[in-house]
Design a protein around this ligand. Structure first.
Ligand code: ADP
Ligand code: MG
Length: 210
């Protein structure tokens, strides 16, 4: 199996070729078509198995150019470091697409981030607190975010971000695709899934060595 066997948007395939990426990891190939179908997914695979590309390949393949300045894809991650990493991965996959990506996180000037958001982003990556703050000050609208990823759900919840997530959910369109990714399925994650999501499809990649 190669990336060319998946129905990945052409300019992304070109980027993958240029990066020298040839073979999808298990979570990337196993999750691709179900995510392309628009269904909600919970993806479980240990750290280092390529979960970022697992959700970026289908969401970016489904993305369509729009003049609408509000993000269509919202990616929520627990830390500033991850925001930077995920923004970089989006940039690596989209040099041949006319797509604007930006990252927002706490501990940095909110006005600088607000002006970046106001210039119009297609893909927004951020931590829960800062995403909410930018909606509260009127810089960010989430009504067009029809693809919502929560990466590292386990860590996001254990850091205490559940209230911010709930406030963000209130601002999202009702009709949307939810993609959740985690290394572990803790009781806290199970409880969260049970309350907010109706039967997400579980995609798992077995641990290496089992
Ligand atoms: P996880 O989120 O599961 O911990 P990441 O998405 O951060 O893993 O990926 C780990 C590393 O593997 C990254 O440096 C990424 O660029 C690389 N990677 C991901 N998928 C592939 C692939 N199919 N081929 C080669 N390298 C990959
Ligand atoms: Mg990850």
């Amino acid at each position: 199996m190669t990336f060319h066997d998946l129905n990945i948007k052409k300019p992304i395939l070109t980027a993958l070729d240029e990066l020298g990426y040839t073979t999808p990891t298990t979570i990337q190939s196993a999750g691709f078509s179900v995510m392309m179908s628009g269904k909600d997914v919970i993806g479980l695979a240990q750290t280092g198995t390529g979960k970022t590309l697992a959700y970026l390949l289908p969401t970016l393949s489904l993305w369509k150019f729009s003049k609408e300045p509000h993000p269509q894809i919202l990616i929520i991650v627990p830390t500033r470091e991850l925001v930077v990493q995920v923004v970089r991965e989006v940039e690596k996959l989209t040099p041949h697409m006319n797509l604007a990506v930006g990252g927002v996180y706490g501990g940095a000037n909110i006005n600088t981030q607000a002006s970046m958001v106001l210039q119009g982003l297609d893909v927004l990556v951020g931590t829960p607190g800062r995403i909410f703050d930018l909606t509260a000050n009127g810089s960010l609208q989430l009504k067009h975010a029809k693809k919502v990823v929560i990466d590292e759900v386990d860590e996001t919840l254990s850091l205490g971000f559940r209230p911010q997530l709930m406030r963000i959910f209130d601002l999202l369109p009702e009709k949307r695709q939810n993609l959740l990714f985690s290394a572990t399925l803790s009781e806290e994650v199970e409880g969260f899934l049970g309350v907010f999501f109706e039967n997400p499809i579980r995609v798992e990649a077995a641990r290496v060595g089992t």
